[in-house]
Design a protein around this ligand. Sequence first.
Ligand SMILES: Nc1ncnc2c1ncn2[C@@H]1O[C@H](COP(=O)(O)OP(=O)(O)OP(=O)(O)O)[C@@H](O)[C@H]1O
Ligand SMILES: [Mg+2]
Length: 244
Amino acid sequence: MSEELLKLQEISKSFGGIRALKNVSLTISIGERLAIIGPNGAGKTTLFNVINGVYKPDTGRVFFANVDVTDLPAFKRTRMGMARAFQIPRPFPTMSVLDNVMVSALFAGKFKSVGEARERADEVLELVGLANKKHELAVNLTSPEKKLLELARALAPKPKLLLLDEIVAGIPPAEVDRIMLLVRNVSEKENIAVVALVEHVMRVLKYVERVIFLHEGRVLMDDKPEKVLSSETVKNIYLGRIYD
Ligand SMILES: Nc1ncnc2c1ncn2[C@@H]1O[C@H](COP(=O)(O)OP(=O)(O)OP(=O)(O)O)[C@@H](O)[C@H]1O
Ligand SMILES: [Mg+2]
C-alpha cells in the first residue's frame, strides 16, 4: 500500500458569489505524480492555493504528512516539505544561479549549515543540468534556463511535494519533454510527489500516473491519463482543445 502524503477533505472555497471549489476531496501518495487539468475557471489555481496555504478554505481540512495544516501559512508548509515552482520564474535577478538555489535551500530551514546548503545546491544544479551556469547571474539565463532554475530552487529544500504551476507553459515542445523527463527522474530518485497544473495536456501526461479533471469546482474524473483522455465527458468539455 502506498502511503498518504496529502489529503484534502471536503474543501470548499468561494470568492464573493463564485464557488470556485465545491466539496473537493482527494488524497495523494508519497512519490506519486499527477496532473490537474480542466477548462478555464475550473478551480485549478484555487485548488493549488488551498494546498500550499495561499488560501484558507471556507470549509474542509488539508492534511500534509499526517498533520492538519489548514490553518498554517504558506511558509510553514514550505518548511514541512511543500515546494512550488511558479509559471513566471521569480529568481533574484542580480544574484548568481548558485546563490539563488542556496537562498532557497536555507529559507526552508532544512540544512544545519551554509556548507550543507551549498552541497545541496550543487547537487540540484547538477540534477537540472545547470551546473555549468552556476556562477552566471540569474538575469542572464535564457527563458528555458530560467525555468530550470525555478525548478532547482523548488527542489533545493528536498521537498516531499512539488507543486508545478504551468511550469512548461510557453516553452518549445523539445524543452517541455526535457523538463518533464527531469521532473520524473528527480521524483523517482528522491521520492517526491508531483502535482502539475497543465495547459498543454498531451505533452505532459506521459510523465504522470494519474490525472484529476476539475470542472466547475468539482472533481469530475480522477484516473489514469489514458482513461481521462478517452472520456467523452472530458472531450466534450474541452471541445478538442485537449489536443493543442
Ligand atoms: N481571487 C479571486 N477573486 C475572485 N474570484 C476568483 C479569484 N480567484 C479565482 N476566482 C474565480 O474562481 C473561479 C475558479 O478560478 P481559478 O483561477 O481557480 O480557475 P483555473 O482553473 O485556474 O482557471 P484558468 O485555466 O483560467 O487558470 C473562477 O470563476 C474565477 O473567476
Ligand atoms: Mg489558473
